[in-house]
Design a protein around this ligand. Structure first.
Ligand SMILES: [Cu+2]
Length: 579
């Protein structure tokens, strides 16, 4: 069982245990003897079973188990000690065990709430708050059931409640005070990069586009979704004028995966102000990285990208030989956009398919009818890619895979999540059962260029209650905090920086650092053994631990966030800053 399934199993067992104790307590209050005597042992069993799941999670990594071992386990132990022996004596009056059973139920629920609402990291304040809540609920039940709680219990509850208040709730605390990301700095113009050799104008506006015969209200660049494909040859200087016709919430252009100077990165409030209706902004940068990229608005990005404010950016090393097509995949209002029209391809011609996932969730691609190689991922060429056949690839949100092949005489078809999107003829293939390529073991290795790291950061991804805003929200969190309260990561120019990214949640988090490509060191304790993987978007699945590193060589303030843009909007965004 992997750590993700273990996290899920532990959660289910915790819910069953809490529900069992509470149900048993309620049944005994109602003098439903058989029900109470059925539920309570079940809850006892579930509580004991958690000892196994918590131990296994702690072995997978302390991040997964901290609050469970420090808060849930002692509470569960107290529940077992209080309720267990009383049940074994099978009381004549079932109502006499109501309070111990309810206490066990409150203990289980309190521990569960700590995991679900607070998560990582565990704090003394959170633990005390949970204990105070459990004792208070028990005392109230005791009174309601007609008996007076003993003085010891009342005093203990009072003492714990005071301690909890003094140490702070923990729910609202962040590990360190977060110095705010500077929002007041000058938005510098593009550094001098020379005279533009390629000029484009993108005008953002509301538009109605037709998808599979249905009219969809979209936000579009130049009236089309995706926006115009921007192409360049390496060495070109790109100048892109962004105009906003009528997108009231503003737009920007972020060059996803393109490590432009910070002032051109297009993050509103960080590198520039959002471009409002009637305004424009000119981006200029040198195209010195070849590969497959894309651009999208970063203003209200969850809504903006979903509604269509994105397009493809391809930088080629030289004029194209053979067939070179981009296959951006996007879902608009629940409808998959049709793929570009396919021209017939002569046998023997080299073909490059540039797969681009512009959605917020992973897509599964399967190329049928031909062997192929994965030539590049996220714009970086792979080293020694071997030929693959009947193998699927998973492209994370924001990610790109370049597949290359020599056109066979027989038809070829590309399937996305089982749907054919690019085909040169009818291909009947069931691709669902194909194995999935693991890029960490694909291609030939090179030694990691660094043996030590100047800065190391751990990002623990989770969910939790965020009480910092006007309204409480159930945020996607990093190290227990949500944007804008996550402390920035401060590095110096030239530092070799290591990130350990841990996913404690039940969601896939496609991680995306702006302005840098990171080299994958390991996943779940296993070092990467394939081609060096320089990524800008990678799926951190539930229970995953990724170690990645990069050299801090692009000064500025950079967004570092989940590219499931709904998650990014709901708190999962922080910043990398140069001191
Ligand atoms: Cu996410």
């Amino acid at each position: 069982m992997n750590t993700g399934s273990l996290l899920a199993a532990d959660l289910v067992i915790a819910v069953l245990a809490a529900a069992g104790w509470l149900g048993g307590g309620a049944a005994s209050v109602a003098r439903r003897r058989p029900l109470a005597l059925g539920l309570a042992p079940f809850a006892l069993l579930a509580t004991v079973a958690r000892a196994i799941t918590i131990t296994a999670l702690a072995r997978a990594g302390w991040w997964f188990a901290a609050e469970k071992a420090l808060i849930a386990a002692p509470l569960s132990l107290a529940a077992v000690v209080v309720a267990g022996p009383r049940l074994l004596r099978t009381p004549r009056d079932i109502r006499s065990v109501a309070v111990p059973l309810l206490f066990a139920g409150y203990a289980g629920s309190g521990a569960l709430l700590v995991t679900v609402l607070h998560g990582y990291p565990a704090s003394a304040g959170t633990g005390l708050l949970a204990v105070a809540g459990v004792l208070a609920a028990t005392a109230v039940s005791w009174r309601v059931l007609g008996r007076r709680p003993s003085r010891t219990v009342s005093r203990a509850a009072l003492a714990v409640a005071v301690a909890a208040l003094v140490t702070g709730t923990g729910l609202a605390a962040t590990p360190d005070a977060a110095p705010a990301v500077p929002h007041d700095h000058e938005y510098r113009n593009a550094r001098t990069v020379g005279e533009p050799t390629r000029r484009f104008t993108l005008t953002a506006g509301t538009a109605t586009v037709s998808v599979s015969g249905r009219d969809v209200a979209a936000w579009a660049f130049n009236g089309q979704v995706p926006g115009p494909e921007l192409t360049a040859t390496v060495g070109d200087v790109l100048e892109v004028t962004l105009r906003n016709r009528d997108i009231a919430r503003g737009v920007t252009l972020h060059w996803h995966g393109y490590d432009v100077p910070n002032s051109q990165d297009g993050v509103p409030g960080v590198t520039q102000a959002a471009v409002l209706p009637g305004q424009e902004f000119v981006y200029r940068f040198r195209a010195d990285q070849v590969g497959t990229y894309w651009y999208h608005t970063h203003a209200v990005s969850d809504v903006g990208v979903r509604r269509g404010l994105y397009g493809v950016l391809v930088v080629r090393p030289a004029p194209v030989t053979g067939v070179d097509v981009t296959v951006p995949v996007h879902t608009l209002e629940g409808l998959p956009l049709p793929a570009p029209k396919t021209e017939p391809v002569e046998a023997g011609v080299p073909v490059r398919l540039r797969l681009i996932n512009t959605d917020s969730t992973t897509h599964r691609y399967a190329l049928a009818g031909t062997p192929f190689r994965v030539a590049a991922i996220d714009g970086s060429d792979l080293q020694g890619p071997t030929s693959l056949v009947d193998t699927a690839v998973l492209v994370p949100a924001g990610g790109r895979y370049d597949l290359v092949l020599t056109a066979p005489a027989t038809p070829v078809a590309l399937f996305v999540d089982g749907r054919a999107v690019y085909l040169t003829g009818p291909v009947s293939a069931t691709t669902d059962a194909w194995p999935v390529l693991d890029p960490l073991t694909y291609g030939s290795a090179s030694p990691v260029p660094w043996s030590r790291f100047d800065k190391e950061f751990t990002l623990v991804l989770d969910r939790g209650l965020d009480l910092h805003g006007l309204l409480p929200r159930y945020a996607h969190t990093v190290n227990g905090a949500a944007d804008p309260d996550i402390p920035p990561q401060v590095v110096r120019l030239g530092d070799v920086v290591k990130f350990t990214i841990v996913n404690r949640s039940q969601f896939v988090h496609p991680w995306h650092l702006h302005g840098h490509h990171v080299l994958v060191l390991s996943r779940n304790g296993k070092p990467a053994t394939g081609s060096p993987l320089w990524l800008d978007s990678f799926d951190v699945r539930p229970g995953d631990v990724w170690e990645v590193a990069f050299r801090a060589d692009n000064p500025g303030t950079w967004a570092n966030h989940c590219h499931n843009l709904a998650h990014a909007d709901a708190g999962m965004t922080l910043h990398l800053m140069y001191s």
